[in-house]
Design a protein around this ligand. Structure first.
Ligand SMILES: NC(=O)C1=CN([C@@H]2O[C@H](COP(=O)(O)OP(=O)(O)OC[C@H]3O[C@@H](n4cnc5c(N)ncnc54)[C@H](O)[C@@H]3O)[C@@H](O)[C@H]2O)C=CC1
Ligand SMILES: O=C(CO)COP(=O)(O)O
Length: 313
């Protein structure tokens, strides 16, 4: 039995994808509401039915009785979730599905989970995939970092193809950092700076992602894979991305619903702080952290990025 903790867009989509294959799946939510009755998650994943074989529950005793638990709560909620339920998760195989860095501890998802559940094997599921695409059964490829072959098979389906990696740090940093660059790409498009500017931003953003991740022990080829480059391309080029849409709103000077999960905003703050502590040059991330916190005007941010000293690529 696989449990999925968190019935937002991603958790629900994974439950649907695995349930469609007839796998035994339970979807856990803090508040089940009428999810179990309607078999629809209209708030987070409208228009898709949850297969009957997926059990929907708010009973956390579920966690004590399953072998594998996918943790699909947002990054900034992960530590709080583990504080409440960590004892029931201890010893189970735990798969982090969130992308980001915890603002309180500056740790990534795997380290946050290890700190709470030291007896559990921990892996990370990340890569380019919009929940709506997974739920519709469209072809998707993801990285499972730190997981073994049986777990890879267990979580793969004919439309959800998982590649294994041993580089947990690289996979989770790629997924976290690309969200910051996706906000920046949204800003560029929202402000009408053009496709050429976005291509430049994505490329220099990728250089920045690599600089930071390699300094933290990641492997360059992981950053060039699904969890880094792949997810960067997806979220910088699609209006489906919430990070891109937040950036677009900033670029246009319009408001954005603060209840929507946008992992890149907190990640920008955490990475900007870490980079400044560790002396890693992250000009785009620094600008995005300042922009989302309203500490700099967009015109000043663009001016600052374009007038940096000229250098080799
Ligand atoms: N939506 C997507 O397309 C994808 C999302 N992800 C990642 O998955 C993670 C979750 O994102 P989404 O599902 O999209 O977010 P969402 O905003 O759709 O849903 C978040 C869910 O977490 C629940 N939640 C929040 N705090 C909680 C807590 N303390 N305890 C229990 N439940 C809590 C909410 O009630 C909600 O059901 C994020 O890190 C995101 O980057 C990864 C790949 C794709
Ligand atoms: O991570 C994602 C796709 O891989 C989802 O992106 P957003 O969180 O920007 O919507």
């Amino acid at each position: 039995m696989i449990a999925i903790a968190g019935a937002g867009a991603f958790g629900t989509a994974l439950a649907i994808a695995l349930g469609r294959e007839g796998r035994a799946v339970s979807l856990w939510a803090r508040d089940v509401g009428d999810l179990a009755k309607t078999r629809r998650n209209e708030r987070y994943l409208p228009g898709v039915m949850i297969p009957d074989c997926v059990t929907v529950t708010a009973d956390s005793d579920l966690f004590s009785s399953v072998a594998v638990i996918l943790l699909a709560v947002p990054m900034q909620a992960l530590a709080g979730f583990l504080k409440l339920h960590g004892d029931k998760l201890q010893g189970r195989s735990l798969v982090a599905c969130c992308k980001g860095i915890d603002l309180q501890t500056w740790l990534g998802p795997s380290a946050v989970i290890r700190a709470a559940c030291p007896e559990s094997p921990v892996s990370v599921l990340t890569g380019p995939s919009f929940a709506a695409d997974i739920a519709r059964g469209l072809p998707t490829a993801l990285t499972l970092a730190g997981g073994d072959e049986p777990l890879q098979s267990r979580l793969s389906t004919p439309t959800l193809r998982l590649y294994r990696s041993t580089d947990v740090i690289g996979a989770e940093l790629g997924g976290a950092l690309k969200n910051v660059i996706a906000i920046a790409a949204g800003v560029v498009m929202g402000a009408g700076l053009g496709d050429s500017a976005r291509a430049a931003l994505m490329t220099r953003g990728f250089a920045e992602m690599q600089r930071f991740a390699l300094a933290k022990g990641a492997r360059a080829e992981t950053l060039a894979g699904l969890s880094g480059f792949g997810d960067l391309v997806l979220t910088c080029t699609s209006n489906q991305s919430r990070n891109f849409r937040l950036g677009h709103a900033i670029g246009q000077g319009t408001s954005f619903d603060p209840t929507v999960t946008v992992e890149g905003a907190a990640t920008a703050r955490a990475v900007a702080a870490l980079a400044s502590r560790d002396g890693i040059d992250m000009p785009i991330t620094r600008m995005i952290a300042a922009l989302v916190d309203g500490k700099i005007q967009l015109s000043d941010a663009i001016q600052a990025l374009m007038t940096r000293p000229l250098k080799e690529e």
